[in-house]
Write a protein of this length. Structure first.
Length: 588
């Protein structure tokens, strides 16, 4: 018999269900011709009118798996809590939920054990498989960008006319009549287009003869629109009304928040953190997009190297101490902190957060929005938390001596504390805390680790090209990680997948400095940041530059992007870099 045992079992189930007659079953089952599974499925569909769902039920009986109607499954903020969306799309895996220690996923091919093993590794949970149709799984995982076609701005810009030639007399009543509809549409369209472009920020910038609208996608600002000055005043006034700001106040900076769901009918549930500032040609606005439909990513999806991931996971399980993340705005600090909290969030742990603003709402976390106008600062929130019996505390940012002092006190009194600082690398964080007035022995006693991070653009998988490094590039990567070989380069023309940029998405690079006896002694002695860096590298720390070179080696980004994100380490660290490269194993 040419058919495999599992194929016979599927045919027998179709026979039992009444979808095949005895003669039809014999004709297929007793064929001497070898037929792969795809060929049999095509034959059943075309010759015997077996539907996909009838075949699905027959397969589920043969595989001893439960079938699932994927079309009725909802993709929401929790879908990708444990598995990265790119991985799910690449491997046709749809996460459906959790039950105890199990992650429930829909697959179309249960024999692909490599995929189920990878799901278990990434999620840290046992895997329960349901059987679904591949076409339906792919449709459920389809990216929102694939479902959206840009509408553009032409119609609303043309409709603006001269309705708002002077911005002196604009009031909130102007946005309640039909004449203001073009401005309302333009404000909504700008936010919608930024959302569908996966932008993180919207910049509206006034100049003498025009107002420019730009969006930041994967860390790079792109021009989207230019509008005449006569309309820009009305646009800014509309956005200030949406953010509940004073439209008559143009001399002082203002901060607000737009809950966009109430202004559109497309189901776009995002909040925007709005900041205005008086500039030389008028007011400018920057809006940070906070997508409430996005969930936190699992730690393995954030770009941690294998060594850093294992070490970081071990450190966040400590019962008390202080874990700090540092880097500039937009370097992924918040996402890493949320992912860490998500990993240690269990029913027996009490977690409190103080944030400005609350960017993601996580189940099981008690989150507080600070309000500086009424005196609810990070320091006040932290002081309050210490009386509420928490196990873990997240403070959005350590900005001043008072907050730093209370954070150290919390870490020394049995609490695990997470927070952020704005420093360039991990060792200089110690200097920053010292400048704030924290005694070195208090820092060394409370600190568990400092993680400096940045985001680099990922090279597009569809159009990247590999090349052999030569000259200076080969020397840089050899000096950093002791390796040289073929690395990816981005296509100058790009492709439809990446929108012509050659890059799509971003990946994190990390400098993880964990405290040890030698480092504690150096901190207590008041050593400068350069000495702390040498000690940390001697004990196995990879610098941001070295980690960026590892991402290049792994084919995730390019040399050009790496060097644009983080400069090479100073020459004085060359021998530490060579020693660290030796620890990474032989060059390939």
């Amino acid at each position: 018999m040419a058919l495999a045992r599992i194929q016979i079992a599927i045919l027998q189930n179709l026979l039992k269900m009444g979808h095949l007659s005895d003669s039809q079953y014999r004709n297929i089952a007793h064929t001497e011709e070898e037929m792969p599974g795809e060929a049999i499925e095509k034959l059943l569909a075309e010759e015997y009118r077996i539907s996909q769902h009838q075949l699905l039920f027959a397969k589920s009986e043969a595989f001893n798996l439960t079938p699932v109607n994927v079309r009725r499954c909802v993709v929401n903020e929790t879908t990708f809590a444990k598995l990265e969306k790119d991985f799910c799309q690449e491997n046709k895996v749809l996460p459906l939920g959790f039950a105890g220690n199990y992650i429930i996923v829909a697959l179309s091919n249960p024999f692909n054990l490599r995929v189920t093993a990878k799901v278990q590794e990434l999620s840290g949970m046992k895997v329960s498989v349901l059987l679904g149709l591949e076409s339906e799984i792919a449709a459920a995982l389809q990216d929102k960008n694939d479902q959206h076609q840009a509408v553009g701005f032409g119609d609303v810009v043309e409709a603006l006319g001269a309705d708002f030639e002077s911005e002196e007399d604009i009031s909130e009543d102007d946005f309640s009549d039909e004449e203001s509809a073009p401005i309302i549409k333009l404000a909504n369209r700008i936010i919608e287009e930024a959302y569908f472009s996966d932008a993180s920020d919207i910049h509206i910038e006034p100049f003498e003869k025009e107002t420019r609208v730009r969006v930041r996608v994967d860390g790079v600002l792109l021009n989207k629109l230019t509008i005449p000055p006569s309309a820009s005043g009305a646009l800014l006034a509309r956005l200030k009304v949406m953010a509940q700001l004073d439209i008559a106040e143009k001399r002082k900076p203002q901060d607000g928040r737009i809950q966009f769901k109430q202004f559109n009918k497309k189901g776009i549930d995002v909040d925007l953190r709005v900041s205005t500032a008086p500039l030389n040609h008028g007011e400018g606005i920057v809006m940070r997009i906070l997508d409430k439909q996005k969930s936190t990513l699992p730690l393995p999806a954030l770009g941690f190297s294998e060594r850093n991931l294992g070490l970081y996971r071990e450190l966040i399980q400590r019962p008390y101490g202080m874990i700090l993340h540092c880097g500039p705005t937009g370097s992924g600090k918040s996402m890493t902190l949320y992912s860490a909290l998500n990993e240690i969030n269990t029913p027996d742990v009490c977690i409190r957060t103080a944030e400005d603003p609350i960017e993601y709402t996580l189940p099981g976390l008690l989150q507080l929005q600070t309000q500086r106008k009424i005196g609810l600062t990070f320091a006040a929130a932290l002081r309050s938390f210490l009386r509420q019996d928490p196990d873990v505390i997240l403070v959005g940012e350590i900005r001043d001596k008072e907050t730093a002092g209370i954070a150290v006190e919390a870490a020394l009194t049995g609490h695990l504390l997470f927070s952020t600082l704005h420093t360039n690398d991990a060792p200089t964080t110690i200097s920053r805390l010292t400048e704030m007035g924290i005694e070195p022995f208090m820092i060394s006693a409370s600190l568990i680790c400092v993680c400096a991070q940045r985001l680099m653009r990922r090279v597009c998988k569809s159009c990247k090209k590999n090349y052999k490094q030569e000259g200076n590039e080969a020397e840089i990567i050899m000096r950093a990680i002791g390796w040289s070989g073929r690395v990816p380069g981005h296509s100058e023309d790009g492709c439809p997948t990446c929108g012509g940029s050659g890059y799509k998405g971003r990946v994190g690079i990390h400098e993880l400095m964990a405290t040890n006896e030698e480092l504690i002694k150096a901190i207590n002695s008041g050593e400068e940041a350069a000495t702390l860096k040498r000690i940390a590298m001697h004990n196995g720390m990879y610098t941001l530059h070295q980690d960026s070179m590892l991402k290049v080696k792994e084919g995730l980004s390019t040399m050009e992007e790496s060097l644009a994100t983080v400069p090479p380490d100073m020459e004085q660290y060359e021998h530490e870099m060579e020693a660290a490269a030796g620890r990474s194993g032989p060059a390939e």
